[in-house]
Design a protein around this ligand. Structure first.
Ligand code: NDP
Length: 453
């Protein structure tokens, strides 16, 4: 039955492989859940959840610094609003297309349900590439993007955030435009600057959360992160703060990457080196390659921009204990997964969304390593966005300690829910099944209560 549902989805949208991949993974987890809840089958909950409530596609024209008119495509996928306003990031990257954003919006439905905060699922973005653009170009692009998007979003309707290529700078320009168009101040975007309604800890939240989730997984084996050698991919928002938290907890981070290549520093990317990376990526907007020029003992390996190695990714081929993929989707293929195991890695906590291909996930599950799928492990980002929305709604702001404590507790709860659901449905310690089942059940219950809408 679920196979039939899956096949009809593939037939309907054949050119969306990432969306198929994300749906397949969830459907494979749901057989035993639906056996216990036949009412969800007859109400066609699965068929309804895989069809977004609304898809908006729009033109984004803008003028570059040389006076040329450029045209990009903008998207917003409003996937599911059963438990709260649509919530999910905006991605600006040349690889962005409808299938990728549908996969991200679909994942977001379950992830948001796991946080325990009332947020539905959404995602959006554009094939615009902020890399190499001036601030003025980025501002004009963001203004044009929001001139269309503003019709569809609002603090209780749809609340976008950042994702790849959308950080504090972009959120600022997007918020400024929304406010001008609406003549209203409201918590319509999260990831805002502290000066205008942002939350402390929001920039740190996804990376910190992935490490808190790892800590919880390690606890089930009576271990912690002290002295663990960790592979981290990416060098953006998630990677930077995952690395920072690993350092704080006594681990040693030995890799980072960007879309051009990866670095390996066996001595560890300590606090000082990480500060340098943050300045490189966030202020100078440079390339990770420069790390190997700056720090002796570190090596750099290049790969094709936007075409990470299909054969294998050298970043995953070092001796280590833990891995925190924090760059992008499908960055661990089957060979990488085998390399990780061969090199001693027994914990993978996904900061990125869907960084592991299905064959890789199977290898992790067969090997019974501690494997935290992105849906659970990286939910700290959206959870803290939820905390930002709460602070905006009451015109207040909480201290760093308070937000961090709430984030930590949310990650502990997500781990506990996923673990309990994995046990209930006969696969103890399988966090893929546990996270999918626990997230699905919350959304399904809400959809049942609200009728066929
Ligand atoms: P950033 O844009 O800050 O960083 C992304 C990093 O990944 C950069 O180092 C980038 O390199 C690299 N990268 C991007 N695309 C590719 C590619 N095709 N191949 C190799 N490297 C690539 O984004 P975030 O850190 O915010 O996001 C990283 C991941 O985490 C994404 O999967 C995102 O969906 C996920 N995530 C983010 C959340 C958040 O709160 N920001 C929340 C939950 C999940 P370069 O510098 O060259 O662009």
């Amino acid at each position: 039955m679920l196979e039939e549902t899956y096949q009809s989805l593939v037939k309907r949208d054949p050119d969306q492989p990432e969306f198929h991949q994300a749906v397949r993974e969830v459907l494979e987890s749901l057989e035993s859940v639906l056996d216990k809840h036949p009412e969800y089958r007859s109400a066609r909950i699965v068929e309804r959840i895989i069809e977004p409530e609304r898809v908006i596609i729009f033109r984004v024209p803008w003028v570059d610094d040389s006076g040329e008119v450029r045209v990009n495509r903008g998207f917003r996928i409003e996937a599911n609003s059963a438990i709260g306003p649509y919530k999910g990031g905006l991605r600006f990257h040349p690889s962005v297309n409808l299938g990728i954003l549908k996969f991200l919006a679909f994942e977001q439905i379950f992830k948001n349900a796991l946080t325990g905060i009332p947020m539905g699922g959404g995602k959006g973005g554009s094939d615009f590439d902020p890399k190499g653009k001036s601030d003025a170009e980025v501002m004009r692009f963001c203004q044009s993007f929001m001139m269309e998007l503003f019709r569809y979003i609002g603090p209780t309707t749809d609340v976008p955030a950042g994702d790849i290529g959308v950080g504090g700078r972009e959120i600022g320009y997007l918020f400024g435009t929304w406010k001008k168009l609406r003549n209203q101040w409201g918590g319509v975007l999260t990831g805002k600057g502290l000066a205008y309604g942002g939350s402390l800890i929001r920039p740190e939240a996804t990376g910190y959360g992935a490490v808190y989730f790892a800590q919880e997984m390690l606890k089930t084996r009576g271990e912690n992160l002290e002295d663990k050698v960790c592979l981290v991919s990416g060098s953006g928002n998630v990677a930077q703060f995952a690395a920072q938290k690993i350092n704080q907890l006594g681990g040693r981070v030995v890799t980072l990457s960007d879309s051009s290549g990866c670095i390996y520093d066996p001595e560890g990317i300590d606090h000082q080196k990480l500060q340098w990376v943050m300045e490189l990526k966030n202020v100078r907007r440079g390339r990770i390659k420069e790390y190997a020029d700056k720090f002796t003992g570190a090596t750099y390996q290049e790969w094709d921009a936007f075409n990470p190695p299909t054969d294998h990714n050298p970043l995953w081929d070092h001796k280590a204990d833990c891995a925190f993929p924090s760059a992008t989707q499908n960055e661990i293929n089957a060979r990488d997964a085998r390399n990780l195991i061969k090199n001693g890695v027994y914990l993978v906590s996904e900061g990125a969304n869907m960084p592991t291909v299905p064959e890789g996930i199977e290898i992790f599950l067969d090997e019974k390593i501690l494997y935290g799928p992105g849906k659970a492990a990286n939910a700290g980002g959206v959870a803290t966005s939820g905390l930002e929305m709460a602070q905006n709604a009451i015109f207040s702001s909480w201290s760093r300690e308070e937000v961090d404590q709430r984030l930590h507790q949310i990650m502990v709860n997500i781990h506990a829910q996923a673990h309990a659901a994995s046990e209930k449905y006969g696969a103890k310690g399988n966090y893929v099944l546990g996270a999918n089942a626990a997230g699905f059940l919350k959304v399904a219950e809400a959809m049942m209560a609200q009728g066929v809408v």
